[in-house]
Design a binder for this molecule. Structure first.
Ligand code: 13P
Ligand code: SF4
Length: 312
């Protein structure tokens, strides 16, 4: 935890009261940011929560597409993002204009998009999904209906393998954090910790998902580790989740899967780590940066997210 945590947290509490704000944070943010959040969750839980917030202001401690999703669902609220540079390599791998051209090639297909997309791509989407509910969303669609799945080729490929649906076309996008985990290093860890269970996020490559004991979203992984009798887990997702795992299950051991390149911290999402306590304070004090969007795009995007929420 940062040295002056208590003073910074006290200032944030004061500002939240003054501005009537709540802080939503994703599990991949730093432990100190998670500690000042009113609600901590995975992308599905955060989307659902954003819809029901009563406060006037939502400060989204996470990446840009998550704050955008909150604004789409809560247009009357002010939604702030502490660092507008906090993007997402996966969302950036799917440009709305290029996606519209791709979609035009498949006029009979229904579009399912992961929430890790810009509002422009959501506006071109029929049903959104997250890694928590992607299987449920795809299974809610009649088998004979062809589907475009965007933007993550790994999550899409995983769902395609699970459902055996050959009529799913995948957009060729990926997350730079989850794609870099190496099968060799995970196998080495498995040898070192033979009793450990391997838990994997579905944004990882198929070769990695194939050696998992459990594949699921961050919330799914947490729930699995809580229920499992195992005492050790090799965690193959962004390392920020370890803070919540260790605080929820202090008697279990969580071993982060290392990045391919051991000299970098590539198993951390650099965008999620751009949110700091200082940037939260500045954002609440200045009421900026604020998420804004045109109403027509917002309404189109809202439909795809509501369609997802209704499937839950
Ligand atoms: P979750 O759906 O598990 O929250 O994942 C979001 C994300 O950005 C994964 O990289
Ligand atoms: Fe995007 Fe990957 Fe970071 Fe998740 S971990 S927010 S998919 S860049």
């Amino acid at each position: 935890m940062v040295e002056n945590f208590a003073a910074l947290a006290a200032r944030i509490a004061q500002l939240k009261k003054e501005k009537d704000a709540v802080i939503l944070a994703h599990y991949y943010t730093t432990p100190e940011v998670q500690a000042v959040a009113d609600f901590l969750g995975d992308s599905l839980a955060l989307s659902v929560k954003a819809k029901d917030i009563e406060a006037k202001v939502i400060l989204f401690a996470g990446v840009h597409f998550m704050a955008e999703t909150a604004k789409v669902l809560s247009p009357d609220k002010k939604v702030f993002i502490p660092n507008p540079e906090a993007g997402c390599s996966l969302a950036e791998s799917c440009d709305a204009e290029a996606f519209a051209t791709f979609k035009a090639q498949y006029p009979d297909h229904l579009v399912v998009s992961y929430v890790n997309t810009t509002v422009g791509v959501k506006a071109l989407t029929d049903i959104c999904c997250t890694s928590s509910n992607a299987l449920q969303v795809v299974e809610s669609i009649p088998r004979e209906q062809p589907i475009i799945f965007a933007p993550d080729r790994n999550l899409g490929g995983y769902i395609k393998r699970l459902t055996g649906r050959d009529n799913m076309v995948l957009w060729d996008g990926a997350c730079h954090v989850h794609e870099q985990f190496s099968l060799e290093k995970i196998l080495e860890l498995k040898e070192k910790y033979p009793l450990a269970k391997v838990v994997v996020h579905p944004e990882c490559k198929a070769s990695v998902a194939d050696v998992a004991d459990y594949v699921g979203s961050t919330a799914g992984i947490l729930a699995y580790c809580g229920k499992s009798e195992a005492q050790q887990f090799i965690v193959v997702t962004e390392a920020g989740i370890l803070a919540e795992m260790r605080s929820k299950f202090p008697n279990k051991e969580f071993i982060p899967a290392p990045p391919i390149d051991s000299t970098c911290s590539c198993n951390e999402c650099k965008y999620m780590k751009m949110v700091s306590l200082e940037s939260i304070i500045a954002c609440l004090e200045n009421e900026s940066p604020e998420i804004t969007m045109d109403e027509q795009t917002r309404k189109a995007a809202e439909r795809s997210i509501i369609n997802m929420i209704n499937i839950r």
